[in-house]
Structure formats: C-alpha cells, structure tokens
Design a protein around this ligand. Structure first.
Ligand SMILES: [Zn+2]
Ligand SMILES: [Zn+2]
Length: 427
C-alpha cells in the first residue's frame, strides 16, 4: 500500500495552495488557489485534469485556496466539497478578482457558478463518503467556514490537512478543533513557522488605547483591514470593549460582514455578532464618506494593505492631520502601500506625505504561530508518522521542522516538498 501526496502549489511558498492525495490509484484534490507575482498578476498552481480527481475539497474562501478552482469547470465537472460560507465569501472575492485580473484569467463567473452547482455543502463533523474515502471537515478558526480536512483513505492512512488555521480563540471564531482523530499524516501550514505572535490581549489593549486617544483628540482612527475575517474581528472587539464608539465599515469589508451575519451560526458568539452589526454603520455612498472624515469616529475599510479601495481614499483625506491615526492590523507585504507608510512615513506615488497622523501596526494574525503549531501537532503524537509542511517560505518551514523533531522525536518523517514535488509514503 502507498499514499502519494503531490504538491501542485503552496510548496515552500505562501499562496496557490493545491495538493493531490492519491491512495489505491484514486485521487482527491485539496484546494486549488492562486498567488500573485510582484506586479500583482495571478500565478496558477500546476495543472491537473479535472477528470483525474474524484472530488475537490476546499478548506476556505481565501483566493490562495480557491482562486484557481473555477478553471477545473471550464472543461470538467468535478464534485466539490466545502462549507456554505466558503462559497458565499469566495463569490465576492472572485468577482473582485476577475474585475482586476480579467486580462490574465481564462474563467468567468459562469465557471464559478458551475462549480457552485457541483458543490456539496458540509457541516463541521459530518462524515461524507467520497468513493472509498471518508471525509470530515472541522472548524479551523481562521475565517468564517474555514476547515481542517480529515481524510481516511482506502489505504488505511488518515490524513489531516490544516488549510490555514488558528489555534487561539478570537472574538469571532472558536479555536481550531481538537477532535480526537487517529491522524497518521499531517499536512500543515507554516506561514508563521519560525515566529510566535505577541500576546493577543496586549495587542487588543493597544488597539483600543490608540483608538480612544484619537477620539479624545477629536480625530479619526482609520483601520485598513482585510475584508474577510480581520474587519469582523476588529469591529467585534472594538464594540465589546468600547460600545460607545462611532464605528463605520466601508468597501468589500461591508459585503463580507453581511455574509458573516447571514452565516452567524459558524461564529463563536452569534448573538454578540448580531449586536455588533446592529450598532455599527455601513458606509453606503460617497457623500457619507465625505461627511465621516470630518468628525471623531473609527473607520474600518478595505483594502488591508492600502492597495486601493476606500482605505486608500480615507488615507488621502486623513494623513495630513496629527489628530488622526492610521492603525494597520493586517499583514503588510514588502512593497505594499501599508509597508511603505510604516517604513517611509509617506506614499509619494499616491500624493500622500509626509504623514502627520499617528501610524501604528498591531499584530492580529489569524494564523497559528510557531509554538501553537507544534502544540497542536503534539496531540496526534501517538499515531502520527509523517508531517508534510506547506504554505510557508522554506526558512519558516525548516525552523518549524526542527522544532517539531525536538518535541515529537527524531523518528517522525518530516517533508518540506517544493511545488511540483511528490511525497510517497509506504504503509
Ligand atoms: Zn487563509
Ligand atoms: Zn492561505
């Protein structure tokens, strides 16, 4: 018996996650995402013929996990398994993705819709049979509907694929599930394989402090945030700590917040989230935009790295006044506008600067850190024989692998395959 795991994307890189699991000659595809080059053009994972796979299993709605999946529906019709919020959020992100990249992408919303009609929506914990494979999705704690995927293969190997996961509880989501599974092969993300996040409570305190100081000065606190997950987390934590704040949500963030509301059963505290949504304001037009920058309030707007969208619009209105604050709460890629304002205090190509407003960066990551990942892995120590590290730079993955050997033991097999490589496990 053997198990083959072929990494089509996301090997020694963050982005374009795509993994084929093959047992007794039958294949499942885990995720099929895109990444972006330095000019923001999409890069696809390696090719797979849709007819080859029994089903496509999608861990969550981020484009680096689902963005290439509609390609499979240009020529094929594979069955797709995922959670319902994943498809709803992915639809919004895909519309936005196609609007910006139609020159480089060969599919249209028609293919997305075909994918949708081939989807079987799963509940967390529900057991689904796909041919000879048994599949279960569990909460991954990363964004709404995000899943750990557990697969019992016909070759008697039990795989757990983490997708992107967070083992810490947040304001919107429960931590990644710790179901007592007999995992023999773990496919684990390593975005933060070499680093731990600063204590969450401290970060939240600082965020609230900066916001309150800004309002007391009569200023506006602009929080550029990723539209999926980060926005909802920020508004929930702000509302819980300081319900008297005047909070506005703008851009794609607004539409995603509505989807969070619709699927609030997937959230940690649906009643709380309902209250949050009732008490914040959605920005609906440009006259409202012009008005709110003139009074003390909090504006949470996409895009999280100030790449464009309303957050860049607000930055231009607010940067020149020392009463205001710009609080970055999302990861800032090198060369992104957010990274630039942190490094240089200005954004000359957008006529911004020098920035007089207070600039802050606060880590509110939705990925497990190094020690969190190791701790999570340890719970499967008794059955675990193989670990495949993906979704991280090679250096991150190497540090994680050394740490795992220290804790789990030298006899565990750890692989860090590059995209295009295949790991063969004999059982
Ligand atoms: Zn993700
Ligand atoms: Zn990802």
């Amino acid at each position: 018996m053997y198990l083959k795991i072929k990494v089509l994307g996301g090997g020694r890189e963050v982005g374009r996650s795509a993994i084929i699991v093959e047992s007794v000659g039958k294949k499942l595809l885990l995720d099929y995402g895109v990444s972006f080059d330095e000019k923001d053009r999409p890069i696809l994972p390696l090719h797979v013929r849709p007819i080859e796979v029994l089903a496509v299993l999608i861990s969550h709605a981020h484009l680096d996990h689902i963005g290439a999946a509609p390609y499979l529906y240009i020529t094929g019709n594979p069955k797709l398994l995922t959670t319902r919020p994943t498809i709803d959020v992915a639809r919004l992100l895909t519309i936005d993705f196609l609007r910006l990249n139609s020159l480089y992408v060969d599919y249209e919303m028609r293919e997305f819709d075909r994918m949708n009609s081939n989807a079987q929506f799963v509940e967390y914990g529900e057991e689904v049979q796909v041919d000879d494979f048994s599949v279960q999705f569990f909460n991954a704690g990363h964004i709404i509907g995000s899943s750990l995927i557990y697969i019992e293969t016909p070759g008697d190997e039990n795989i757990l694929y983490t997708g992107d996961f967070n083992t810490n509880q947040t304001w919107t989501l429960k931590p990644a599930d710790t179901a007592p599974l007999k995992v023999t092969t773990l496919i684990v993300e390593s975005t933060y394989g070499s680093r731990n996040h600063p204590p969450r409570g401290k970060m939240e305190e600082r965020l609230i402090q900066v916001v309150e100081e800004t309002i007391d000065r009569g200023g506006v606190a602009l929080i550029p945030a990723f539209s999926v997950g980060r926005t909802q987390e920020v508004i929930t934590l702000l509302y819980t700590h300081a319900p008297y704040l005047d909070i506005y949500v703008d851009g794609l963030s607004r539409d995603v917040t509505e989807i969070y509301s619709k699927h609030r059963g997937f959230l940690r505290d649906p009643v709380l989230f309902n209250k949050v949504v009732e008490n914040i304001n959605f920005v609906t037009d440009s006259s409202m935009r012009r008005k709110i920058v003139r009074k003390p309030c909090v504006i949470v707007a996409s895009a999280g790295m100030l790449k464009g969208g309303p957050s860049l619009y607000y930055l231009k209105k607010l940067y020149d006044n020392s009463k205001n604050s710009i609080i970055l709460v999302s990861y800032q890629a090198v060369n992104s506008n957010g990274h630039r304002i942190l490094e240089e205090g200005q954004l000359l190509q957008h006529d911004v600067g020098p920035i007089k407003a207070r600039i802050e960066w606060i880590d509110l990551s939705s990925h497990a850190g190094k020690d969190d990942i190791v701790k999570y892995t340890l719970q499967y120590k008794n059955t675990l024989r193989n670990i495949i590290i993906v979704h991280g730079d090679y250096e991150e993955a190497l540090v994680l692998s050394t740490r795992m050997k220290e804790f789990i033991g030298e006899d565990i097999n750890i692989y860090i395959p590059a995209s295009g490589e295949e790991v063969e496990i004999t059982t």
